[in-house]
Design a protein around this ligand. Structure first.
Ligand code: ATP
Ligand code: MG
Length: 138
């Protein structure tokens, strides 16, 4: 699974109508979509997904935001997927994100930053399985 990563188009970008443009950038960068759905996280599910950040001061805000509206979840395939996708999305804080990155173009703040990207091959597999059954992963 080392050629796969997991992404979410977060509630802010979804609300602003950027889903199509972001998926276009993902495809143009050479990623193949091998699973995808539009869904909405409950507070419980959002808390579970970001449980690694439970002790951080922004955790409550993060859970509220991630459960505030629909998202698009997807599994992406490409050589070196995890690292290359983190490059495509840019720094967590859009003020520090490189020109041409998804967060530079579409994120408003460090909290509402348009997209999620897995940070390791191991987490990519765990996160993909969080949203998709094996039958839904192509
Ligand atoms: P993601 O995991 O969503 O791809 P990331 O890996 O770039 O983002 P993390 O450190 O994993 O960043 O933080 C997870 C998410 O928590 C961030 O994307 C952001 O939405 C939120 N977050 C991180 N730091 C802050 C902060 N200082 N204030 C508010 N929200 C934050
Ligand atoms: Mg992260």
């Amino acid at each position: 699974m080392s050629n796969r990563t997991f992404t979410m188009i977060k509630p802010d970008a979804t609300k602003k109508g950027h889903t199509g443009a972001i998926l276009g950038m993902i495809n143009a960068a050479g990623f193949k979509i091998v699973a995808m759905k539009m869904t909405k996280l409950s507070k419980e599910k959002a808390g579970e997904f970001y449980a690694v950040h439970a002790a951080r001061p922004f955790y409550g805000e993060l859970v509220e935001f991630m459960s505030s509206g629909p998202i698009t979840a997807a599994i992406l395939e490409k050589d070196n997927a995890v690292e290359d996708f983190r490059k495509l999305i840019g720094a967590t804080n859009p003020a520090e994100a490189a020109d041409g990155t998804i967060r530079k173009l579409y994120a408003a703040s460090i909290g509402e930053n348009a997209v999620h990207g897995s940070d390791s091959n191991e987490n990519a597999a765990i996160e993909g399985d969080f949203f998709f059954s094996k039958l839904e992963q192509f």
